[in-house]
Write a protein of this length. Structure first.
Length: 87
């Protein structure tokens, strides 16, 4: 069963810094995971793996629980007090 893509509206994309952070998991080192930093805040959104976009949304493939924990750990390195959320 294919994973359902998660949507991030283009309006919401504008709240984040224009340059995303890309991280990789040990399980899938070829496909990067997009992490967005909210502009002027120490808040991060782990969006998942970019899939495609429409005129209104960006679509991301969500991470499994193991990958989510791994990426959160990588984001926390050097950003101990950051607020981290998932799409």
């Amino acid at each position: 069963m294919p994973l359902e893509k998660k949507q991030l509206s283009m309006k919401d994309v504008q709240k984040f810094d224009p340059t995303p952070l890309y991280l990789y998991t040990a399980k899938d080192a070829l496909n990067r995971v997009t992490v967005l930093k909210e502009a002027n805040k120490d808040s991060y959104l782990i969006a998942g793996r970019y899939s495609s976009s429409t005129s209104d949304h960006r679509l991301y493939t969500p991470l499994n629980e193991e990958e989510s924990k791994e990426i959160e750990k990588l984001v926390r390195i050097g950003r101990k007090d950051a607020t981290i959320s998932f799409l």
